[in-house]
Design a protein around this ligand. Structure first.
Ligand SMILES: *Cc1c(COP(=O)(O)O)cnc(C)c1O
Ligand SMILES: [Zn+2]
Length: 426
């Protein structure tokens, strides 16, 4: 068995191949790069039980997404930078499942990651890969979560980082980036196309290695681990429906790639329907999906929604990869309003989950899909909870009513409170 079965990069658009290395977009045509694996050898040499056995003590990288290292482009174990990302709980819903009349609903709770969001999957693999290819400097742009994650992993890898953070990012996220020892640089702009254009030009002119989703061909490879972890936990079956928030679409695209790999290896039989969710205030990919288009244009106002982490009005390369994942899988796209999102935040609380609004969108979309029959009571469904609600405290305060009672620290007050709330009959 090899540490990695990755072979080379291939361009989505011109199909030219390139050796694994510090490339962003395709040097020939500017298309996006994808990693190709030696699937024939994988089918012969890999046994799925080996991966489950690595959950036991003794595996070099603990319980992390590195259990599946054969499926990533990092070729040397020494290059791995890990903080224990991945292998998050798949929590069975009681409250939301009951509300919606679903037999089997689960939450993949990535709010429990080292920096509180699913971005850690991508940065662990991308920073490890970059280090393996002797990258010393890198930069990314972020609405907050990617910045915090990149800052943490870059610090652990001694990589010099520039992190451009949207002026809309909340102060807590910026503070987290600074905590890891990388200065967050405030990024002002009038429209997000300016950012996309700047990033694509940076690739052509500055020669800086970028960690921006999709321009960096490695980050989304790590999102395949959703498919591995969830299928394994369901007894080597994919769920019927997977619901992801969509910002760039790296999460949904990566997970879909992972499920297809497992099917190609014969480890799972059926594939899930992939569902992507955006905020109604800025829903370019949802609109393109509904219109049957291959590529999304610009739509909406990123400042007009509480779902900060997925508020994007001009998707990289037209969101084509996300559109393809939803279409090829027989899934769909949905958008939800802030009001629907806040209700979903409260509902998740009933199941013990503290979610960022950008993650609660999955539950808000599920409610709509159940109402019109796109998801049925027997569909085994997984909502990906991509970020921890603690990362956006002001949204929690908006979602939940303020405490209505207060007491002084004495037994009289306490007794009165108990009586007020529960009556005399205990
Ligand atoms: C970045 C982010 C997303 C969007 O992920 P993409 O891969 O860009 O689609 C969703 N939720 C949270 C909490 C995020 O930080
Ligand atoms: Zn190309």
């Amino acid at each position: 068995m090899r540490f990695s079965y990755a072979e080379h990069f291939i361009c989505d658009d011109c199909a030219k191949t390139f050796p694994l290395g510090l490339l962003n977009a395709c040097p020939e045509c500017g298309g996006l790069l994808e990693t190709v694996y030696d699937t024939d050898s994988m089918r012969r040499e890999l046994k799925r039980d080996v991966f489950s056995a690595r959950r036991e003590p003794g595996f070099d990288f603990g319980r992390s997404l590195w259990r599946w290292h054969e499926f990533y482009p990092v070729r040397t174990p020494e290059a791995v930078v890990s903080l224990g990302e991945g292998d998050t709980p798949l929590v069975r819903s009681r409250a939301v499942a009951k509300r919606l009349g679903l037999k089997d609903l689960r939450f993949k709770n990535d709010g429990l990651m080292p920096t509180g969001s699913f971005k850690d999957r991508g940065f662990s693999v991308a920073v490890s890969f970059a280090g393996e290819h002797r990258c010393r400097r890198g930069f990314t742009y972020s609405s907050g979560n990617a910045g915090a994650s990149f800052a943490a992993y870059a610090r652990c890898a001694d990589l010099d980082a520039i992190i451009l953070v949207e002026y809309l990012a909340n102060p807590l996220k910026t503070a987290m980036i600074n905590l890891y020892g990388t200065g967050a640089v405030r990024l002002d702009f009038t429209g997000m196309e300016e950012i996309t254009t700047m990033l694509e030009e940076a690739d052509r002119t500055l020669g800086l290695y970028q960690f921006v989703n999709f321009l960096n061909p490695v980050r989304h490879e790590a999102m395949k681990s959703y498919a591995y972890e969830i299928s394994e936990e369901l007894g080597w079956q994919a769920p019927d429906v997977m619901i992801h928030p969509i910002g760039t679409g790296g999460g949904i695209h990566g997970a879909w790639k992972g499920f297809r790999e497992l099917a190609a290896l014969g480890w799972i039989e059926a594939l899930p329907r992939m569902v992507g969710v955006q905020p109604a205030a800025t829903e370019p990919i949802v609109r393109a999906f509904r219109a049957g288009e291959q590529s999304a244009g610009k739509h909406g106002d990123p400042a007009a929604t509480i779902a900060q982490s997925i508020a994007a009005d001009s998707p990289m390369h037209g969101g084509r990869r996300a559109l393809k994942a939803m279409r090829d899988s027989g899934g769909f796209a949905e958008s939800v309003t802030d009001e629907e999102i806040l209700e979903a935040v409260r509902w998740l609380g009933e199941d013990g989950i503290c979610a960022e609004p950008s993650s609660a969108v999955t539950v808000a979309a599920l409610k709509k899909a159940v109402a019109d029959g796109r998801v049925g009571e027997n569909d085994r469904t997984v909502c990906v909870i991509t970020g921890n609600g603690l990362k956006q405290p002001s949204a929690l305060e908006r979602a939940i009513p303020k405490a209505r009672h207060s007491v002084n620290a004495n037994i009289r007050d306490l007794e009165k409170l108990v009586e007020t709330l529960w009556g005399r009959d205990r």
